[in-house]
Ligand binder design. Structure first.
Ligand code: 4AD
Length: 458
């Protein structure tokens, strides 16, 4: 259907005076005896196009056209509204493409986010989700551009895997055998299953990413990861989108530089490309959002040793629910205190105790810590997790033994340390978390199309 998009009409002054066809959904309708005004949105912009219907001039407004949610095709002339200078349409013909009955759920101007969460197929038609999903698209493109412009190879790592990257017992099982009591033990069961062994949905593409980095040098993945953790929080979903660069010949300080540069690049790009969305989020969800993001792109991130952070937390004037001791895994309340109260900016925490981190992380000479880093940001907490990788075969095997892991599932991974091993590093960025940070949306369920959480799927 040939038509001109709302965005084009509202942003191109050369169209004033021309006769156009526009299509879209009715967002608001005001109808009176002589005149009617419809606000039309086609998804191309956050802004609605005003359609003016002059009934005295003989323009026919079908009754179903003035209903919220109805889809219309309108022909008319682009004119400028003398009051606000915006382009609008002086309609001549209005055709109803699809009627929208009274039970359309978006009758009220504002609906609670909780209510909208119950109808993911409808909420995308609200201004909030129009803005969220455009920003998601722009930021996804920025991430690809960042890595592509710097020569990284984009790799699609498998989603079904036989090895557990993080080893935290959070894998969804993949099986074609339903409930059965026909097997004597787990080994028999898995042997009979589709792959002939235990399989699951990947929690991270890192292990395969490392394989590719040992050939291509710099790679990145950008795809879904799955976690079966039962934490029902504002920042966890069972299926999230994960950006994972892996870089050969990079040590921890190199990795930190790349992560900071990437974050600044994608935020700058978002601010340039989505000024209307940013303004919308600033007004509706986070006062000071623009200022916060400007501060991020214009200042250095902090780099803080885990051991120093523990000291700071111990001295903190705060009533933490979980006690702080060297060796403890930091809780969200601790991470947020460090980044929100102490540093008031993004913080790379580095050199964590080896006991609380994954087997693959490079062991520091102190014998106690690993060359890991998490990037913590105000409001969201951890947004990136990464490390230099242990490149020494013997040390890696020892770490795996200490964690009680079976070597059988990691043959390919261990071979990397045998054949031309090099220092290398990588990180994982939670895409939804970065969207939360940049939009001020406080619940991860509101930045992903169909959120999957414990007890919730549709
Ligand atoms: O810290 P994580 O578990 O690190 C890894 O998976 C590494 N293999 C990454 C790497 O080095 N290549 O996860 C990385 C990031 C977290 O910082 C967080 O932003 C996000 O992934 N993340 C989640 N996001 C939403 N829901 C969940 N359940 C998430 N789990 C992790």
């Amino acid at each position: 259907m040939k038509h001109t998009e709302v965005k084009e009409i509202m942003s191109n002054p050369e169209l004033v005076g021309s006769f156009v066809t526009v299509c879209g959904w009715v967002r608001t309708a005001r109808d009176s005896k002589n005149m009617a005004f419809l606000a039309l949105n086609d998804g191309s912009t956050l802004n609605h196009l005003q359609i003016v219907i002059d009934k005295n001039a003989g323009v026919n407004l079908p009754p179903e056209a003035a209903k919220l949610g109805a889809s219309l095709k309108i022909e008319g002339t682009v004119v400028v509204n003398p009051n606000n200078g915006s382009a609008e349409i002086d309609a001549k013909e209005i055709a109803v493409l699809g009627v929208c009955p009274e039970d359309y759920p978006l009758q009220k101007k504002f609906q609670k986010l909780e209510t909208l969460r119950e109808m993911p197929h409808i909420r995308v038609r609200t201004n909030t989700f129009n803005a969220v999903f455009r920003v998601r698209s722009v930021m996804a493109a920025a991430i690809h551009r960042y890595f592509q412009e710097r020569g990284y190879i984009y790799v699609n790592t498998p989603l079904i895997t036989g090895s557990d990257c993080e080893g935290a017992g959070e894998m969804f099982k993949v099986t074609t055998i339903g409930y059965s009591d026909a097997y004597k033990n787990a080994d028999d069961y898995y042997a009979d299953d589709f792959f002939g062994k235990k399989a699951g949905l990947s929690v991270s593409g890192q292990l395969e990413g490392e394989v590719m980095a040992m050939a291509m040098g710099k790679i990145y993945t950008f795809g879904p990861s799955f976690r079966a953790e039962k934490s029902n929080t504002l920042r966890h979903v069972a299926e999230f989108w994960h950006v994972e660069p892996e870089i050969a010949f990079a040590e921890l300080p190199d990795l930190i530089e790349i992560a900071e540069d990437m974050m600044k690049y994608i935020i700058r790009d978002y601010m340039e490309k989505c000024p209307e969305e940013l303004k919308f989020f600033e007004e509706r969800f986070e006062k000071g959002l623009t200022e916060k993001l400007l501060n991020v792109i214009n200042n250095d991130f902090a780099i803080v040793d885990y051991t120093d952070a523990i000291e700071l937390l111990k001295k903190a004037d705060a009533d933490f629910e979980y006690p702080v001791e060297w060796g403890c895994d930091l809780q969200s309340e601790h991470e947020r205190y460090i980044t929100e109260k102490i540093y008031k900016k993004p913080v790379f925490l580095i050199n964590y105790p080896k006991g609380i981190k994954s087997f693959y992380m490079k062991q520091n000479p102190d014998g106690k810590t690993v060359a890991a880093t998490d990037l913590l940001v105000p409001g969201v907490g951890e947004i990136i997790g990464g490390s230099e990788r242990e490149a020494d075969l013997d040390k890696l095997v020892k770490a795996m033994q200490d964690k009680g892991m079976s070597m059988d599932d990691y043959g390919d991974y261990l071979a990397l340390r045998k054949y031309g091993s090099v220092p290398h590093s990588g990180f994982g960025l939670g895409f939804e978390r970065v969207i939360m940070y940049c939009t001020g949306m406080s619940n991860i369920r509101d930045v992903i199309f169909y959120p999957r959480t414990v007890g919730n799927i549709r």
